[in-house]
Design a protein around this ligand. Structure first.
Ligand code: PRP
Length: 217
């Protein structure tokens, strides 16, 4: 049996659509789980574990799961020791630096030398700006990052933007695009060798599903 880490949150719905299209019909049940954190899918001999998206690499690299799905934003931040098998092209969003509208009106990013940024992505943020000669002091948060500029914790944030509604709702505007992100299928390195046939079967099912869903758009 394969143990498969499924991230809760924004990726879940499109991921379930992909799994169902790929023939894992039982995956529909992932949308109606309440307290349960485990779901079995007999068709592919799978056991799904529902975890926080930033914990997916820990489960997989630590051998608790054979494979799973996680955002490329999390992979870039954590650089975990695992195999990235395919870009599933679901859960697409961008990582951006944003600030309050009032600041953006007079701000000039081309002359920044040192900035203070609140973010869930301190490593990606540091790396991005260091390469551009800007020193960054990061304030690491685990969520609701949009509140930081409002209460003066940091004037700028680096966060994921999908529809842009959360930024707008909090008077923030995007100023710099850092990277595009999407969900990746990843595998534990040892499991990839020892359970190659089973992992390959699932990989091919998901790849086929991705192609057929893209063709329908
Ligand atoms: C992300 C991100 C923003 C929001 C952006 O959080 O941190 O807060 O989504 O989405 P929008 O552009 O469509 O408004 P998420 O909901 O993934 O939750 P998290 O804070 O728990 O990571």
């Amino acid at each position: 049996m394969l143990t498969f880490a499924i991230p809760k949150g924004r990726i879940l719905e499109p991921l379930v659509a992909l799994l169902v299209e790929g023939g894992v019909k039982e995956a529909r049940g992932l949308l109606s789980l309440e307290r349960d954190l485990i779901l079995f899918a007999r068709s592919f001999d799978l056991r799904f574990l529902i975890v926080r998206d930033r914990d997916v690499p820990t489960y997989i690299a630590g051998g608790g799961c054979d494979l799973g799905v996680v955002g490329s934003d999390v992979l870039m931040e954590q650089s975990p020791d695992l195999y990235e098998l395919i870009d599933l092209r679901v859960g697409a969003c961008s990582l951006k630096l944003a600030e309050l509208q009032e600041l953006a009106e007079t701000d000039n990013p081309s002359i920044w030398t040192r900035i203070r940024v609140a973010t869930k992505y301190p490593r990606v943020t540091q790396r991005f700006f260091r390469e551009r000669g800007v020193e960054v002091e990061t304030v690491t948060l685990n969520g609701s990052v949009e509140l930081a500029p409002i209460v003066g914790l940091a004037p700028r944030i680096v966060d994921l933007v999908s529809t842009g509604m959360t930024l707008k709702q909090h008077g923030l505007v995007p100023v710099i695009d850092i990277m595009e992100c999407s969900a990746r299928l990843v595998a534990n390195k040892a499991a990839f060798r020892m359970k190659k046939t089973e992992i390959e079967r699932l990989y091919l099912a998901l790849r086929g599903a991705k192609e057929s869903l893209n063709a329908k758009v």
